[in-house]
Structure formats: C-alpha cells, structure tokens
Design a protein around this ligand. Sequence first.
Ligand SMILES: *Cc1c(COP(=O)(O)O)cnc(C)c1O
Length: 384
Amino acid sequence: MSLNINSLLIHGGIDGDETTGAVNVPIYQTSTYKQDGLGKDRGWEYSRTGNPTRAALEKLIADLEQGKYGLAFASGLAAISTVLSLFKSGDKLVVSDNIYGGTFRILDNVFKNFGITYEIVNTSDLEKTEKAITDDVKAVYVESPANPLLTVTDIETVAKIAHKHDKLLIVDNTFLTPYLQRPLTLGADIVIHSGTKYLGGHSDTVSGQVVVNDKALADRLYYLQNAIGGVLGPWDSFLVIRGIKTLGVRMDRHVANAGKIAKWLESSEYVSKVYYPGLESDPGYEVQKKQADGAGAMISFVLDEKYDYRKFFENLKLITLAESLGGVESLVCHPATMTHAAIPADIRKKVGIVDELIRFSVGIEDADDLIEDLKQAIEASKKG
Ligand SMILES: *Cc1c(COP(=O)(O)O)cnc(C)c1O
C-alpha cells in the first residue's frame, strides 16, 4: 500500500520491531555483533558500518524524500563533509550565494585545502548559474530557501541545467523538510539535511541525513560513510525517528505561525525589509509555491534604523536568542555575528547580510504571544 506523507511519518522506514512487536524501533546500543562462524554474520558486523536503529532512520528519511537510499550522520556537517568527499582535487562546485555559514566554512577552510574549489553564485539567477558551470565544475550545491535571506532557487530548472552539462545537483533541504519539499522529485541527485533542526524538532539532538536515488552514488556514499566514520549513534537515531513522527503537525503550526508573523512584520513600521517566500511581495513567492507545499517557518527581517538591534535581543522575553532553528521553541539569531560570522564581511554585505538583519525561527507557541513579544522588545529598543 502506498502511503501519503502523514502516514509515512508514523509508519515509514522500519515500523516498530518484528521480533517483539514493540511499536517503536529499539535502541540497539551496541558497537559490535556476534558472528556465528567465519563469514557468517547475521547482517550486522560493526556499528560504524551498520546499526539497526540507524538503518531504520536511514530507510525512513529515504521514504519521506521519495528516494531509494538514505544515510544518517552525526551532524548536518558530517553529512555535508561526506558528500563533499565524493569530489577530488581539481573539482569545483557552484554554490548558492547565501548558504549555511558552516557549509561555507568547510568549503573555504577545509576542502579548498584539498584542491576542491567553489564559486559562489546567486542560484536564483538561472543565467548566471548556467554560465558558472565550466568543465571543471562537478556539481551545483543549493539551499532553497537559502540561509539567511530565504532566497528561493528553482530546483527543477537548475536540475535541468546541471544535467544538461552532466553535473550533479545537491540540495540542502533542511529549511523545508520532506514534508514541504522533495528535491529528488524535482530532479536533484543528492538531498542533504541537518536533522538537528525540524526533523529532530525539539532542539535536543544533532544529526544529519543524505538521500539519493542512484545506486552507484549510494554505494560510494555508503563506502564514504563507513570510511570517514561520522555516523549517527543509535540513541540519536531513535530521537530523530521520534521527532519525525510529529513532523507534519509541527510543520503545519510552524508555517501558520510564520505566515501570520511575516504579514504582521511587513505591515508594521518596525522593519525596513522582510524576507519570507510565503509573502506575495517576496521575489521567490511564485517559484516557492510551484515547488513546495509551504513556505517554511524561517523569517528574516531588517530592523528599522530607529531601533537598536542589540537592545532588541536583550529585551525579548519569550523568544530566545540562540543559534539553530527548527525546534518547537522560537529562536532568533544575529547572522552577522553568529551563524554567518564565518563569511567574510565584504561577501556578507554584498549578499545583504547587514548588521540589522535578524533571523527568526518561528516556533509552535501561540502566534499572538510571539507577535506581542516582538512588539514589546522592538518598542523598548527605540534609539535616543
Ligand atoms: C544547521 C544547518 C547545517 C549544519 O547542520 P549541523 O547539524 O549543525 O551540523 C547545514 N545546513 C543548514 C541549512 C543548516 O541549517
């Protein structure tokens, strides 16, 4: 029976435990497995190579992304570094111009040292993207909506452009999750997640996931996962599976809250700009509507210069100043000094990550309470 996503969230992957009937996948807290004789294992050898709890999550994330092969890692960046290890010295990547700061850092300060280079391009500009695909480019790497300015890239069209030139398309789907967007169905070759965010959903565990459809690509990634070793432990695999069960109900509330707050911000005199692809005024609105089932719950806004952004953060009562996103609780951060501090100031400015920019991960609290908190914190931070 083919299940819709709301059922897959609960029953996808490995549904419970066959041996005991436990409705939850057990936490196989073991590093190794008894072999019944030389060359006679029972399908499991060593937990870096494979663990049943991790395997359940790996199958679940593949099912949710409508892909064939899933992999789970110790963090989003462990997933990203494993994917980047597909490439070799002399290879180049075309990368979205606003991406997660840690992704930029690992490209610029780790993989560049191994001779893998990158070019930063505004991938919402299709012409520029195609122009950047030179012979040495092996893949296009995008986030959509991208971090922190929520720039939307047309995944289907960029996939066509990449494939026309025989390149891979890698999509970081952290901000939307498969509940709202399934990049493989739009033509992407590799989907990456920081499961630390919405998939886990409760700000209590760090993880990363990768999903692909191509068998050869999957084989190479499983090889790299085992060879590099940044795997997700059984306990954390269990936590992510548990988080995913409520992903649908959480995302519905996240998106409803974000829509309401974005509209309120846009109509207020407190901000000079709101970035949210669910607003009709947003340049990414049409593409977002076409390729996803919602605009997500990340909003960025530029506080009007009448207000002191430093004071704003201190005045918040309900909303927490912290890095990260995607948990049930609302978090705000200051990209210029926090999540995107690794990006040089000139690049930051060029792409619009100004000092007054505030990134808001809208939680599932009451939307009116969140608006009330924003309002009082902004008013209390008026300059002069
Ligand atoms: C957080 C994040 C990452 C990195 O994931 P970790 O789990 O923190 O290693 C990658 N991409 C995006 C979009 C993220 O938000």
